[in-house]
Every structure is written in structure tokens, then in C-alpha cells.
Ligand binder design. Structure first.
Ligand SMILES: Nc1nc2c(ncn2[C@@H]2O[C@H](COP(=O)(O)OP(=O)(O)OP(=O)(O)O)[C@@H](O)[C@H]2O)c(=O)[nH]1
Ligand SMILES: [Mg+2]
Length: 442
């Protein structure tokens, strides 16, 4: 996500940091480069122009140039302006006092509406402890209802389906009755998409809107379409009224222009971004966190939140205890690895770590296949072997290698690395903060 833009901006910043003092001309030159980077990321022309103008005014007009490290100060100004451009504060999903909160999900064909409907249901349960009913109101595409149905099944969230029914408004109304009767917190209405905005679709959506009176109309946009997403948002907003946006497929080679421009061009807040196909790949949109990520400052808050979702506090304490006593087993290790991998591709996670993201080469990739091999090796061990890898001799090693489709030396290396890591973790967790400082300075 935003790799290219991020790389380019960091190139500019490196230059800025390199100067002990800065002149107006240095800043102008850097801002020309920033503008070019933004345009290459498909940021709207006017937005890029305003962005650079704001940074320039603030950087030149204030004490920035006279400060001790002017480069850092300019970067801080770029950060602040980027946060403003993205919308300053995170916008909230509607939460009505009277159940259910009704969310109408609209968008063009293939933008990711159905996937988002399921993701939102999953997010509501996992992060907010709320229940949702999903309503399948796409009556045009034969497989559409089944698609939502099977996603619902996957994540164990109920879906209201009326196979063969051709009246989307009727389905939505009856789904609302069900949600009311069952006392669901949310009703999420998935609708049909079209290739282009046409009267028929807009009429249908307008009828659902007037019958259902949704608390929020959420427009799903394909993040890969760049600036086209802006004109789509403008038409939907004009014809239907849109309260919030979702940008999907931001995991792809999306250049990020849409995310950076759409809020300031349309005035509509971005609520979520989709970062993958599976139901857990949805991020709440936080302007400050995204800006920090684009600027290579990492996003430690999101990282901690993701981790908290997967590991309970009690479990974390038990693990810490085992690390300290060096009784942390391969079983524990495999469990942790599985949880971490559930949080998303490791390459993306590592990039969220502040400081580290800047140092990594742009083509940095963690070999997920290697991790899968590690998991296979651990799975092929007996519980005893996982708890006491020291009992593994050469014949056991051969058996494990055969079971996991690896070689004896792969198994040997994994055990060796694991034991070394356990020792180091034990030493570190027994260290006093003072010792740690000493070690960090070395
Ligand atoms: N990589 C990636 N793929 C996504 C994301 N969101 C959706 N997709 C994929 O995009 C395709 C279209 O998604 P759908 O949810 O079916 O889109 P839709 O808007 O409901 O499409 P129609 O019902 O045909 O209008 C599917 O293959 C999804 O798996 C995302 O955030 N990242
Ligand atoms: Mg759909």
C-alpha cells in the first residue's frame, strides 16, 4: 500500500534531513519533488497543488527554518498537512440508539460491496461486540445472493436471503422486520452494482432509501481506479447522498491517489479501507495513522490493535512467564506464528513498525512459503517433541522431515534457531530496564 509514494517522499526527506540549515529555495525545490510524487501517485491535480502550497507557506512563514533541525520540522509540516487532507479525525460508523442501525451499501459493479458487507459484519462483532444481519438485496446477478450467503456462513453471521425474489425494496423491508424481531444491532444492506451509473439503479437505491431510511449510506469504491473513484463518488453523492466512503483493494498496486484526494474534493469522509479479500482484511480509516504510514513513520497503534485482537491479556502474561523461564515451547511458537499470520501478510506488518519501515529496501519481502514450511515441521512433531525439542535425535528428525515434506537439515536448523531464540528471549525478559538501555547503546 502506497509503497511508491512512500519511497519517493522518503527520498525527498532524506535530502531535507541532510541539510544543517535550510533556505526558502531548498524548501521550494523539495516541494516541487513532493508535488511530482503526489501526481505520480494519481493524486488530484488541485489537491496536490494546494497541499504543496500549504506546506510551503507554513514552513517558510514560521520559525521552522531557524529551528535546530529544520529538515525534521518540514517533515512534521508535511505530516500535518497530509492528516488535514485525509480528513483530520477518524469518522464513525453510525450507531443508532434504536436498533437496528441501518446501513445501505452502494457502489459500482465489482467495487467490493458484497465483500465489504461481510467484512463490516465481522468487524462489528469482533471489534465492537455488536450483532448484524446481512441483507442480500442484489436481485440482478443470479449468484449474488449465494455469494453473500456463503460469506455469512464462513464468518457465522446471519444473512437474509429470498432466492428468486425480484423486488429489492421488498427484501430490504422484510430483512428489517427480521432484524427488529431478532434484536440485531445492525442491518447491513448489500445492493446490486452496475458498470456505469444508470437511472434504473439509482431509482432502485432511492426507493430503498425512502422505504428503509438508512442511518448511513456507504459508498464502496475500488481503490485501484484512482481518480475515476472521485467522479463516481460525486455522481452517487449528487443523486443519492452519500455519508461515508470505503476504499477497497488498497492492498493491490493502488497508487493511493484516490485516498489522498477524495476527501478534500468531495467532502465525504472515508470510513474504512479494504486491504484483502478475506473478511478480516478491513481497516478503520485513521487519517493520522495513514499519514504516518505513507511518510514511513510506521503505524504502531494499528499494529497493537491487531495484536490485541488475536492475543488476550491473560495469554500474553502466560507467554511472558514462559519466555522468562525459557519453557516457551515449539507449540507456543507455532501458536504465536499462526496468530501473527492471521493479522495479515508479514511483509505489511513489518512495515508498520516505526523506524524499521524507513530502513527496509523497497522490494522487501518476507518469504511466506518459508513460514509455511516451519509450521509444517512443527505440525509433524509429537506433543513431547514440541515441548522438549532436545529429545529429537536423527531418526526422529528423519520422521519429522518426511512428515512435513522437508529435509533433516531443515528440521535441525529450525530446532537450533528456536533454542537460540528462546535463550535470547529469556535473557531479554529477565533484564532490568537499565540493562536494556545499556545494551541498546552498545
Ligand atoms: N485484493 C482485494 N480484493 C478485494 C477487496 N475487496 C473485494 N475484493 C475482491 O473484488 C472482487 C469483487 O468483490 P465483490 O464484493 O463481489 O464486489 P461487488 O461490488 O459486490 O460486485 P457486484 O455485486 O458484481 O456489483 C472479488 O473478487 C473480491 O474478492 C480488497 O479489499 N482487496
Ligand atoms: Mg455484490
Amino acid at each position: 500500500m502506497f509503497e511508491q509514494l512512500s519511497d519517493k517522499l522518503n527520498g525527498v526527506f532524506k535530502n531535507l534531513r541532510g541539510h544543517g540549515t535550510l533556505t526558502e529555495d531548498n524548501i521550494k525545490e523539495s516541494m516541487r519533488e513532493v508535488r511530482r510524487a503526489l501526481l505520480e501517485a494519481d493524486v488530484n491535480f488541485q489537491v496536490a497543488k494546494d497541499f504543496v502550497k500549504k506546506v510551503q507557506e507554513r514552513a517558510v512563514g514560521t520559525e521552522v527554518l531557524k529551528s535546530l533541525n529544520p529538515g525534521e520540522q518540514v517533515i512534521k509540516v508535511v505530516h500535518d498537512v497530509m492528516v488535514e487532507t485525509l480528513g483530520s479525525v477518524a469518522s464513525e460508523l453510525a450507531d443508532s440508539k434504536k436498533k437496528p442501525t441501518r446501513i445501505l451499501i452502494v457502489g459500482l459493479q465489482g467495487s467490493g460491496k458484497t465483500t465489504f458487507t461481510a467484512k463490516l459484519g465481522f468487524h462489528l462483532r469482533k471489534r465492537r461486540k455488536k450483532t448484524a444481519l446481512l441483507a442480500a438485496c442484489d436481485v440482478y446477478r443470479p449468484a449474488a445472493m449465494d455469494q453473500l450467503g456463503s460469506l455469512g456462513k464462513q464468518i457465522d453471521i446471519p444473512v437474509h436471503i429470498e432466492k428468486g425474489e425480484t423486488d429489492a425494496v421488498g427484501i430490504a423491508k422484510r430483512a428489517l422486520e427480521v432484524a427488529e424481531t431478532k434484536g440485531h444491532d445492525y442491518l447491513l444492506i448489500d445492493t446490486a452494482g452496475r458498470l456505469h451509473i444508470d437511472e434504473e439503479l439509482m431509482d432502485e437505491l432511492a426507493r430503498i432509501k425512502s422505504e428503509l431510511k438508512p442511518h448511513q449510506i456507504v459508498l464502496v469504491l475500488d481503490g485501484m481506479t484512482g481518480q475515476d473513484a472521485i467522479s463516481v463518488a460525486e455522481s452517487f453523492h449528487e443523486k443519492l447522498g452519500v455519508d461515508g466512503l470505503v476504499l477497497t483493494k488498497m492492498d493491490g498496486d493502488a497508487r493511493g491517489g484516490a485516498a489522498l484526494s477524495i476527501r478534500s474534493v468531495t467532502g465525504i469522509p472515508i470510513l474504512f479501507i479494504g486491504t484483502g479479500e478475506t473478511p478480516n482484511m478491513l481497516d478503520v480509516f485513521h487519517p493520522d495513522r495513514l499519514a504516518q504510514r505513507i511518510l514511513g513513520m510506521g503505524d504502531v497503534v494499528s499494529l497493537v490493535e491487531k495484536a490485541q485482537e488475536e492475543v488476550s491479556e491473560e495469554e500474553a502474561m502466560q507467554l511472558e512467564e514462559r519466555m522468562r523461564k525459557e519453557t516457551f515451547s515449539l507449540e507456543d511458537f507455532a501458536g504465536q506464528l499462526k496468530k501473527i499470520r492471521k493479522m495479515g501478510p508479514l511483509t505489511e506488518l513489518v512495515k508498520m513498525i516505526p523506524g524499521l519501515s524507513k530502513q527496509l529496501p523497497s522490494d522487501f519481502q518476507i518469504d511466506e512459503k518459508q513460514l509455511t514450511r516451519v509450521e509444517a515441521i512443527i505440525q509433524s512433531m509429537t506433543p513431547l517433541e514440541r515441548n522438549r525439542p532436545d529429545v529429537i535425535d536423527s531418526s526422529r528428525r528423519r520422521r519429522i522431515a518426511k512428515g512435513s515434506g522437508t529435509s533433516g537439515s531443515d528440521v535441525k536448523k529450525l530446532i537450533k534457531d528456536f533454542l537460540a531464540m528462546r535463550k535470547m528471549m529469556g535473557q531479554m525478559s529477565r533484564m532490568s530496564p537499565k540493562d536494556m538501555m545499556k545494551m541498546a547503546r552498545r
